[in-house]
Structures are given as structure tokens and as C-alpha cells.
Design a protein around this ligand. Structure first.
Ligand SMILES: O=C(O)[C@@H](O)C(=O)CO
Ligand SMILES: [Mg+2]
Length: 260
């Protein structure tokens, strides 16, 4: 049975961020993820997480000025110092939560620009090397160009090839099913092929990015497929609830209370 993590950046927005840990635990989640914890002290995040008996599945390294449109530094030539600083900033949060993987965002850059590709390779290798002694994996996530126009990493095949070529043990793929379906389709075959390099999975309905209970994909089939493939990582619920978060959790009832 998949181990679902509530995404606290998108779910439980009925309450302030720090109260979403309790809301997720009460709804039956044993794990959580979120985009960024950096507005809050690391020890407060750790307290809310552990106080509610939750496991932290994932969060992102600092992306730069999000409101100004920055989406990470990894593929941006001349931003290596910012990338290094983002690793240092994230470390206390990783230690406070006990998370085992961090998402390294690529940034706005051109996948066809050799300088951006070289910067991305260097950043990915550096981040993995920096985080390895702390027991942390680095995950990279292809994102569809409708949601983030101009995002560098917009191709699952490029990400797969890079991971396979670099062969860094703690470098893995963040396979967001929502993005995969929009970019490429053929989700089940891609899950089967890429499973050996997958470090984290996320879900949402397509095209609306709501609860995974209808629209374009048959999620119950995909959840069974993850079991058949022996996936034992987390499945992040990275969706915008159609209404009240708890009212939209009928899809989750069969899985609520599963141990992390
Ligand atoms: O899919 C997404 O958008 C996220 O997983 C993310 O990390 C960046 O927005
Ligand atoms: Mg995602």
C-alpha cells in the first residue's frame, strides 16, 4: 500500500502553515511534505512534525526569490554561490525534521543552452556530494512548461539520462505523475522503466491538479502498479483541494493510518 504524504503547501490551507501538521495527522496521514519551511525556525518545524507523530517525506532547497519568479539556481550559470548557500540554509531544517531527501530545483534556463546544461550537471553533482555525509538524497523533478514556463528541467528523459550517466548513489528522480502525464503521457510504462532511479513520487488529477480521484488518469490502478513495482518510498499529495481539504479525502480513506 502506498505511503502517502500530505503536501502542506497545497493541502490544509484552511489553517495557518504551522497548524497544518496537526490537521494532516488528524486526517490520518503519517507523513508530510511541503515546498519550503524557511519562513519558520527549524526547531519549530521539527516540533510540529514530531509532536504530531509525523515523518517528513521531502522538502525543497531554497529557490531564490519565489515571488519574483525564481525557481532555483541549479541550471543558472553564474549562480553557483547561491546554490552553495541554499544547501547550507537547508541543512538545519533537514536535521530538525530528519528528512531523507531534498528537491533541488533547476531554475529558469534553457535546456538547449550548453552553459545551462553544464551548470546543472555541476550543481547536481555538488549538491549530492555535499548532502551525502548527512544521509540525504538529492532529487530532481521535471516540471511541465504550462505550470512553470521556461523551467529548465522539463523532460523526464533528460533527467533519466543524466542520473544514469552521473551514477551518483544519492541522486534520484522526483517523479511527479501530474507533470509526466502533461509532458509525455504513457505514465505506467515510464514508471516501470524509471523505477530504479525514483526517489520520490507526487500525484494530482490531470488536468486540474486536484484530488487524485478522477479526470484523466486511473489512480487506483497506478497505486496498485506502485505496489507491483515494489515502490516503498513516499507518494506526495501535491494537489489543490477542490474545496475543504478534509471533505476531499474520500479517495484517501482506504489508505489512512498506514505506517510510515
Ligand atoms: O511539482 C511541483 O510544482 C513541485 O513538486 C515543486 O517542487 C516545485 O514547484
Ligand atoms: Mg511536484
Amino acid at each position: 500500500m502506498p505511503r502517502f504524504a500530505a503536501n502542506l503547501s497545497m493541502m490544509f490551507n484552511e489553517v495557518p502553515f504551522l497548524d497544518r501538521f496537526e490537521a494532516a495527522a488528524k486526517a490520518g496521514f503519517a507523513a508530510v511534505e511541503f515546498l519550503f519551511p524557511y519562513e519558520y525556525p527549524a526547531d519549530e518545524i521539527g516540533k510540529r512534525l514530531h509532536g504530531n507523530g509525523l515523518t517528513q517525506a521531502l522538502f525543497n532547497l531554497p529557490p531564490g526569490d519565489w515571488k519574483a519568479g525564481e525557481r532555483g539556481f541549479a541550471a543558472r550559470p553564474d549562480h553557483f554561490a547561491a546554490l552553495q548557500q541554499s544547501l547550507t540554509t537547508a541543512l538545519p531544517y533537514a536535521q530538525a525534521t530528519g528528512v531523507k531527501r531534498l528537491h533541488l530545483m533547476a531554475g529558469i534556463a534553457d535546456l538547449n543552452d550548453p552553459k545551462a546544461v553544464a551548470a546543472f550537471r555541476k550543481s547536481v553533482a555538488h549538491a549530492a556530494e555535499f548532502l551525502a555525509p548527512h544521509g540525504l538524497d538529492v532529487v530532481i523533478e521535471p516540471i511541465n512548461p504550462r505550470n512553470v514556463p521556461g523551467y529548465f528541467l522539463n523532460d523526464f528523459l533528460f533527467a533519466r539520462d543524466l542520473i544514469n550517466e552521473l551514477r551518483i548513489p544519492n541522486l534520484k528522480l522526483q517523479f511527479d505523475i501530474y507533470h509526466c502525464q502533461i509532458i509525455h503521457g504513457d505514465v505506467t510504462m515510464r514508471l516501470r522503466e524509471m523505477m530504479p532511479i525514483i526517489g520520490h513520487i507526487q500525484i494530482a488529477s490531470i488536468p486540474s491538479r486536484n484530488e487524485p480521484d478522477g479526470e484523466e488518469l486511473n489512480y487506483p490502478f497506478l497505486f496498485e502498479e506502485l505496489d507491483r513495482l515494489g515502490y516503498d518510498g513516499f507518494v506526495g499529495c501535491e494537489y489543490n483541494p477542490r474545496g475543504n481539504t478534509t471533505d476531499g479525502l474520500a479517495w484517501f480513506r482506504p489508505y489512512a493510518g498506514a505506517k510510515s
